[in-house]
Design a binder for this molecule. Structure first.
Ligand code: FES
Length: 103
């Protein structure tokens, strides 16, 4: 486990997302009802940033072809995407969000 600081909790209100780049990897942070999740920002269908999409509940939509992914599990909910997003462990300590890219 190697947690890295990526953002402050106050940067992501509930229902919002934030794209961060850590070690050359674009990661989408999402606040779902006060819980922070971290997934790859790049859609698994084609090259689209999910940070441009809308978060509803735990589902982030891709603006290019409309697939929605669970930010909790990474699983796509409908085509055209079929591959899950990679998910990352998250911890929040003293208002600082950390993710573990290595696990
Ligand atoms: S690029 Fe995301 S659904 Fe096609």
């Amino acid at each position: 486990m190697a947690f890295e600081t990526v953002a402050r909790l106050e940067q992501i209100p509930p229902g919002k997302t934030l794209r961060v780049v850590v070690a050359d990897r674009a990661v989408l942070l999402a606040n779902v009802g006060g819980t922070i999740y971290a997934v790859d920002d790049l859609c698994t269908h084609e090259d689209a940033s999910l940070s441009l999409g809308c978060l509803k509940g735990e589902l982030i939509s891709c603006t290019l072809h409309g697939s929605r992914f669970s930010v909790r599990t990474g699983e796509p909910q409908e085509p055209p995407a079929t591959e899950p997003l990679r998910t990352y462990p998250v911890r929040v300590r003293a208002g600082i969000i950390e993710i573990d890219l290595a696990s």
